[in-house]
Design a protein around this ligand. Sequence first.
Ligand SMILES: CC(C)(COP(=O)(O)OP(=O)(O)OC[C@H]1O[C@@H](n2cnc3c(N)ncnc32)[C@H](O)[C@@H]1OP(=O)(O)O)[C@@H](O)C(=O)NCCC(=O)NCCS
Length: 142
Amino acid sequence: MEIRTLNTQAEWDAYYHLRWEVLRKPWNQPLGSAKDIDENAFYHIAAFEDEKILGVGCLKMINEHEAQVRFMAVANSVQRKGVGVSLMNALEVEAFSRDAKKVVLHAREISIPFYEYCGYTIIEKSYLLFDSIQHYLMSKEI
Ligand SMILES: CC(C)(COP(=O)(O)OP(=O)(O)OC[C@H]1O[C@@H](n2cnc3c(N)ncnc32)[C@H](O)[C@@H]1OP(=O)(O)O)[C@@H](O)C(=O)NCCC(=O)NCCS
């Protein structure tokens, strides 16, 4: 498995498609619904195996010393095989290189054990997505 940034348009298409498939499609959200207006400012990475994208994630600097992990998604067929942890490690390395002292994220309730495994702790309950998915603000000093 290789963790790296995206190079070609086909890779970018696959990147956004996987994000949509895992994080939006199950809630009947349209293709393209999993994109923010400031995506260009994010650092995007994907996990590749034989040219196929297995997982995606991105990082945004929210102030001088604080980064936020966003849109983490691993393909359903390869979850619980270490792809998520590898992506988080790479995002934290990037955050550190950008002088971040802390990484925050809004975790879906179901993914809290994963982020705890990665060393994050819950700060507070945050927003409710699609009237059903409770999120929790979590953070980690790096
Ligand atoms: C959450 C997610 C990114 C984790 O990625 P992953 O590749 O499946 O996770 P990993 O294999 O790297 O997990 C590492 C460890 O985290 C913990 N963990 C991960 N998923 C877990 C789960 N569903 N329940 C309990 N523990 C979990 C385990 O300790 C796991 O180690 P183990 O499998 O040896 O026990 C991925 O499952 C996913 O995309 N889920 C659906 C979308 C989602 O919720 N994204 C996050 C939005 S905030």
